[in-house]
Design a binder for this molecule. Structure first.
Ligand SMILES: [Zn+2]
Length: 128
């Protein structure tokens, strides 16, 4: 980035994962659980063009799918519990994991869009 005052890429992505504006890292990125605010309340960055689409959900499915499948296989191999116990263990983990992962992954996606200029911003000059 040409702006020496701009935060580093890792700082932008970390801010996005914490639900903060990737530019100023102070204003809230979300106005609801998964609803992106129209603009940053701290610096005024317009979030209206940022659309994470299905990316965060797909990432959460991959993370939870591989993680829970591995854990379930490991537990089955070690203890061979009945299927109802598997359901009791893994269904809440999947549900809570999805709730816990979706907002950070959506914030990360929006921070990536901001960092790599995937969205046109009026007043922001092109180039990297
Ligand atoms: Zn901001």
């Amino acid at each position: 980035m040409n702006d020496p005052a701009a935060p580093s890429t890792s700082a932008m992505l970390a801010a996005g994962m914490r639900g903060l504006c990737p530019r100023c890292r102070r204003g809230r990125l979300f106005s609801g659980f998964l609803k992106v605010a129209d603009r940053c309340p701290a610096c005024g960055l317009d979030f209206s063009g940022h659309d994470a689409g299905d990316g965060p959900a797909v990432a959460a499915i991959f993370i939870l799918g591989f993680g829970v499948t591995g854990l379930a296989g490991f537990v089955e191999y070690l203890f061979a519990p009945p299927m109802w116990l598997h359901a009791l263990l893994w269904l809440p983990l999947i549900g809570l994991g999805a709730v816990g992962l979706l907002q950070p992954l959506k914030g990360l996606t929006i921070a990536l869009q901001y960092r790599f200029r995937a969205v046109d911003e009026p007043g922001r000059l092109g180039g990297t």
